[in-house]
Design a binder for this molecule. Structure first.
Ligand code: SF4
Ligand code: SF4
Length: 276
């Protein structure tokens, strides 16, 4: 069983393209998790049949004002500033609450009740033989991590799991990558791509997750990126050419393994190198 995360420090590098086409090229039992819950779009390429959609909630406090004595201990205990004391009244800021329950533990009067608050949903289904699950953060919500956690809890029983991670390098990415056997970092040969690749490399290094690099929109060596790859010792497993036909296929929601010559073979080879 192999868990492969496909990530990118920077958005728009082609992470989903790699994740989707890699999943399609593996001729084994595969599960695809779209953990890019603020902008999930793998379904556009994979066109899954969705069989179930379930809400995801986090615990959030409600104050029983008849029992609250205004002591403020809950606000002092909250590390996330989700509770504010205003003139002996406690105000809850739901979007800052991480549902840890610490405030309830310190409340001396039992005035705090934790209730589930919806932050998004997960969808499950199949894209052909491939098991598919995708998360979606509700508009106006800020907590991606519980949805990603829920998605990963769904996985299992399949030979391989491919995770399309959120872009960036913050908590949602850490949650998505956590526990994976390998992380493919998709980058592009630009100063911005290199900058965010360096940050992502540090994150994976701290997490102890083996990394590999995929260079997208490659149009010849970009020296700073080549030097970084050499210096870091992180292998470059694939270079995807800068080609207008790829952009056109992407814009039509079509997959490269079926429409771009040689791409399926490249993905198969990539998978073999990842699991070697
Ligand atoms: S549950 Fe945790 S994060 Fe939420 S308000 Fe209470 S202490 Fe703060
Ligand atoms: S700890 Fe309990 S009693 Fe004290 S202010 Fe908070 S809710 Fe009210």
């Amino acid at each position: 069983m192999l868990w492969i995360a496909v990530a990118s420090g920077k958005g728009g590098t082609g992470k989903t393209t790699v994740a989707v086409n890699l999943a399609l090229a593996i001729e084994e039992d595969v599960q695809f998790l779209d953990c890019d819950v603020e902008g999930a779009n793998a379904h556009i390429f994979l066109r899954p049949q969705i069989n179930s959609v379930r809400p995801v909630g986090v615990l959030s406090p409600r104050i029983d004002i008849d029992r609250c004595n205004g002591c403020g201990k809950c606000a002092d205990a909250c590390r996330f500033s989700a509770l504010v004391k205003v003139k002996n009244r406690i105000k809850v800021i739901p979007n800052l609450c991480h549902g840890c329950g610490g405030c309830q533990l310190v409340c001396p009067t039992g005035a705090l009740v934790l209730e589930s608050r919806r932050v998004g949903a997960v969808s499950e289904g199949f894209a052909g033989e491939m098991a598919f699950a995708s998360g979606e953060l509700d508009v106006g919500q800020a907590l991606s991590v519980p949805i990603i956690r829920e998605l990963k809890a769904l996985a299992g029983g399949r030979d391989h799991t491919i995770i399309d991670c959120p872009p960036g390098t913050s908590c949602p990415v850490v949650e998505a990558v956590q526990g994976c056997d390998r992380c493919l970092m998709v980058t592009e040969p630009t100063p911005f791509g290199l900058h965010d690749l360096k940050i992502m490399t540090k994150v994976l290094d701290r997490m102890g997750i083996p990394a590999a690099i995929i260079i997208n929109r490659d149009r010849g060596p970009y020296r700073p990126l080549e030097e970084f790859c050499e210096r870091s010792g992180i292998p470059v497993l694939l270079r995807i050419p800068f080609d207008r036909r790829i952009a056109e296929l992407y814009s039509r929601g079509e997959v490269l393994v079926d429409n771009y010559p040689g791409f399926r073979e490249s993905m198969v080879q990539l998978f073999e190198e990842v699991r070697a």
